[in-house]
Design a protein around this ligand. Structure first.
Ligand SMILES: C[S@@+](CC[C@H](N)C(=O)[O-])C[C@H]1O[C@@H](n2cnc3c(N)ncnc32)[C@H](O)[C@@H]1O
Length: 392
């Protein structure tokens, strides 16, 4: 990930603009770490300045607000380095060829699916599309279908968006989101096929697998009658695990194949075939219509707080509920009336990392897109109680 090391940074007076980047504020923590809010072309990114032993400063994008297109972060870090006259000791932010920074209309944020997505035609979903070979092939072959590609690896996302532009493909929407959480955002009975090709097997950490009883249940809800959930894998263990999960259903139509040929092979498939590994397909067909579900929405605060009381009462704190947690990690002070709290919260196995911005007594999440899933809602209630405990 783009970052640079320096001994010194000239202080900026906030807010200020350098080239196309605006730096709005700086926040400092008691541990000596700093955050700078930077914006360019509608992207808001926190720069994190970490004080290393020996006084050296490591400057990088904060994970919480990292943009999907790495080139935005690169551009912002270059502007920050130049504005603060840093002398780099190590850097990987200068691209060999400066990438043109622009938004793709086909790259969507999760709020789009939570609030604006309209189902106008049948949807097919590919989970973990990697190099995108299968997704691009299917999209070209089926122009009447709306494809949704899910991936968490940013370079793969950039590569597929570029291919969509080069090949004039307009029926793929790409989202950088964990597939285990995404299905909650789709309406019931709208998906024709869900492809999960060569997922990471996670043999030692099965809870990180895309497939689980909860995932299969959500997949069946979004599939229309005769829609299919399709796993293709080289891992016998993953195949057996998925098959047994499907067999836990009270009624299931499952088809299994070994070494079946597809018209397109992915990068991973080519690799396994060269090694003469067996390939397994498990296809679950949905046979019943599901009830509609309400839209999820995002988490918001209504309460007002006194920042000075938060400053006095803050400590690194881990709170636990039934299957969820909240960890208040670090407080950053912008000035005596405003600041940021870094926290992680949510379901034990799928947590969110974010900040709470406190400004003029008002609280808001940063990024402002924490979705109201069941475990996030429970954690949000605990967070509100924590603020009441400190401020009331
Ligand atoms: C082994 S690769 C397979 C890529 C591609 N399907 C192929 O066959 O070449 C697995 C891909 O799934 C992505 N992935 C892993 N966990 C994911 C998750 N929870 N949600 C979405 N994508 C995920 C990884 O980033 C990776 O690109």
């Amino acid at each position: 990930m783009p970052n640079f090391h320096t001994q010194t940074l000239k202080p900026l007076s906030y807010p200020c603009t350098y080239k196309e980047t605006t730096f709005s504020y700086e926040a400092r923590s008691k541990r000596g770490n700093k955050l700078v809010m930077a914006s360019t072309q509608g992207e808001n990114i926190l720069i994190r300045i970490h004080q290393k032993e020996g006084g050296e400063l490591l400057v990088k994008g904060d994970k919480v607000t990292r943009p999907t297109q790495a080139s935005f972060l690169q551009k912002i870090l270059i502007d920050f380095r130049d504005a603060s006259e840093a002398k780099e000791q190590f850097s990987n932010i200068e691209p060999k060829k400066f990438l043109e920074v622009k938004h793709s209309p086909y790259l969507k944020e999760i709020e789009f699916f939570a609030n604006h997505f309209m189902v106008e035609r049948e949807i097919w979903v590919e989970i973990g599309f990697g190099s995108g070979r299968h997704l691009l092939h299917q999209a070209k072959k089926n122009p009447h279908i709306q494809f949704i590609g899910l991936e968490i690896h940013k370079p793969s996302i950039e590569q597929v968006l570029k291919q969509c532009e080069l090949q004039g493909i307009e029926n793929i929407l790409v989202i950088d989101y964990d597939a285990r959480l995404f299905m909650e955002f789709l309406p019931s009975n709208v998906v024709g096929r869900i492809f999960v090709h060569f997922p990471v097997p996670w043999d030692k950490k099965p809870h990180r697998r895309v497939f689980s009883a909860a995932f299969i249940e959500e997949a069946l809800r979004v599939l229309h009658v005769n829609g299919t959930l399709e796993l293709r894998t080289d891992s016998q263990l993953y195949f057996e695990f998925t098959f047994s999960q499907m067999m836990q259903l009270s009624k299931a139509n499952v088809q299994v194949k070994k070494n079946a040929e597809l018209e397109i092979t992915s990068k991973y498939e080519d690799r396994w075939r060269k090694m003469e590994k067996d390939i397994y397909d498990v296809t679950l067909t949905n046979e019943s219509a599901s009830l509609p579900i309400p839209k999820l929405g995002t988490l918001r605060f209504d309460e007002c707080v006194d920042f000075s009381k938060v400053l006095d009462g803050f400590k690194d704190d881990l709170l636990r509920g039934d299957g969820f947690f909240v960890h208040f990690e670090e407080l950053f002070e912008i000035d005596d009336k405003s600041g940021l709290i870094r926290l992680s919260f949510g379901a034990n196995e799928r947590n969110e990392k974010c900040y709470i911005l406190i400004q003029e007594g008002k609280l808001s999440y940063l990024p402002d897109r924490i979705l109201a899933t069941k475990s996030n809602l429970a954690a949000h209630t605990l967070i509100k109680e924590w603020f009441h405990g400190i401020c009331d």
